[in-house]
Design a binder for this molecule. Structure first.
Ligand code: FE2
Length: 196
């Protein structure tokens, strides 16, 4: 596959005041692009260079896995956020969240607990287990649901580089801002619709 950095789905200042343009700039231009460049250098001329990014993630380990998974995770994270997001989903997704977690507020609380409870760097995820069951998971470092054959609907990056410039050590405030103001529920709905 031709490994390219996907375009950010919003302008770098579009998530302010919750995530600053400065954070977005470093995060996208330095971290995300950096993982992609490392991946391309590591697989150049090797069979992996002909695989899809998803296949590289499923079949690699070590440095190649870390770079490939971080490329995928960040692309998925950008899509998980949107200016004027947060709010509350509707329809089938809301019903499923309420049935799984008791209420939408309980869901937010449990995802926040997972995100805050991830020791060190990592990710928090909403997962679809088939079309009718959801769950929450957290993963360390670059690990993601793909390598566990799970379907991700939504993610929040909890590496310090995602929030330190804006929130310093207060990860919980960054998580709350994401959940209250930035989650792209249309993206989550589209992901749920694609679940078989
Ligand atoms: Fe990140």
């Amino acid at each position: 596959m031709n490994f390219e950095l996907p375009k950010l789905p919003f302008a770098k200042e579009a998530l302010e005041p919750y995530i600053s343009a400065q954070t977005l700039n470093y995060h996208y231009e330095k971290h995300h692009r950096g993982y992609l460049n490392k991946l391309k250098a590591a697989i150049e001329g090797k069979p992996e260079a002909q695989k899809s990014l998803e296949d590289v993630i499923r079949t690699s380990d070590g440095a190649v896995f870390n770079s490939a998974a971080q490329v995928w995770n960040h692309s998925f994270y950008w899509e998980s956020l949107t200016p004027k997001g947060g709010q509350k989903p509707t329809g089938e997704l809301l019903t499923l969240l309420e049935r799984t977690f008791g209420s939408f507020e309980n869901f937010k609380q449990q995802l926040a607990e997972a995100a805050n409870g991830q020791f060190g760097s990592g990710w928090a995820w909403l997962i679809a287990e088939g079309k009718t069951k959801l769950s929450i998971m957290k993963t360390p470092n670059a690990e993601n649901p793909l390598s566990q054959n799970k379907v991700a609907l939504l993610t929040i990056d909890v590496w310090e580089h995602a929030y330190y410039l804006d929130y310093k050590n207060e990860r919980d405030n960054y998580i709350k801002a994401c959940l209250d103001h930035l989650i792209n529920w249309s993206f989550v709905e589209r992901n749920l619709q694609m679940v078989k």
